[in-house]
Design a protein around this ligand. Sequence first.
Ligand code: PLP
Length: 390
Amino acid sequence: MERIYLDNAATTPLDDEVIDCMVNVMKFNYGNPSSTHSLGQEAKTVLEEVRRKIAESLKVTPGEIVFTSCGTESNNMIIKSAVNYLGVERIITSALEHKCVAETCLEMKKLKGIELVYLRPDSNGDFDLNKLEEVLKSSDKKTLVTLMHANNEIGNILDIEKVAHLCKANNTLFHSDTVQTMAHLDLDFSKIPVDFASCSAHKFHGPKGAGFAFVRKSSGLKGIITGGPQERSLRAGTENVTGIAGLGKAWEISQTKMEDYSNHILDIKHYAIQQLQEKISGIKFNGRSAEDESLYTVLNVLLPYKNPLIGLQLDMKGIAISQGSACSSGASKPSMVLMSVLSEDDLDNKTPLRISFSHYSKKSDIDALVEALEEIGSQFVIEKADSLHR
Ligand code: PLP
């Protein structure tokens, strides 16, 4: 059975060039970057070259890139350290954030008594920035705003340039979880005055276990993992040289191919929208995901029937896709994001599905998905008709 992968917002397959690069580093650059001998210094050079490359694209200084193990660690470090070391007493966030931000904010409330303010999205998943301004001005407490750049489920993109300027004008720190946009969109932090951002290599064909935090030099942020002086004491522990080399290679490829990749993916996404609309009657799209202003890698659909087993059924047909629901205590329930943007009727009677693409995605993948959905959907039409006769 051919396997079809349409879950690229969860993770992406490794690029062959990335694998080759990592194998080379594993074989030849095994020194500890903190060692002063030449093998150590060669490993250090690998790190510093990746740091320089990333800083150059983001238009920041290399010292503002702190290597971590993943997006989750980067977001944890930024939020916890802002509370511990920068005197943050209030955090403005939203229900659309990834769990690693949402849970960290809740922990800061529980352990440190931080005030949490949630911005409410509308049914499209958009925020009213006038409301944000109003909240910013409503308190003298030292505040951190943490709002993601692109939503990993519904693909909505926040105007982080606007939010960053708003925060700056109100003497507020701004962190954006940029895990879904780093290496997918062209980001220029010399124009976007964000204080902190995050990145995860496995979202753009790099390895799992490597990422970085962008930490604006002037912010004064400190690390939360203490020990040696690695990463300018912002993240103690021997660096994952192999993973960082893979991150660097994946980053380099993304910078040279961004236009080609995004054009190809957008073409596939348009095809998916058109095929789904044509073949699945009553289908809808969640958030802004079907609009061109959304993140091109994500399309979130709402199937016109309730089928909590759809992910499993598609998997049995060889199609890997995310259902957009978190399994808790054995029961499948919609994610916070979907609960925030869908009506009660949609949540009770329909089925969300997140299709996420990469440059490896093909139109034939979409054909196979649509065919599978037609087949699964037809059972529901028959069952519905049967129940009318009972
Ligand atoms: N933030 C967003 C928006 C994500 O989509 C993810 C991963 O799904 C993360 C953070 C966490 O990244 P990682 O898997 O590298 O910990």
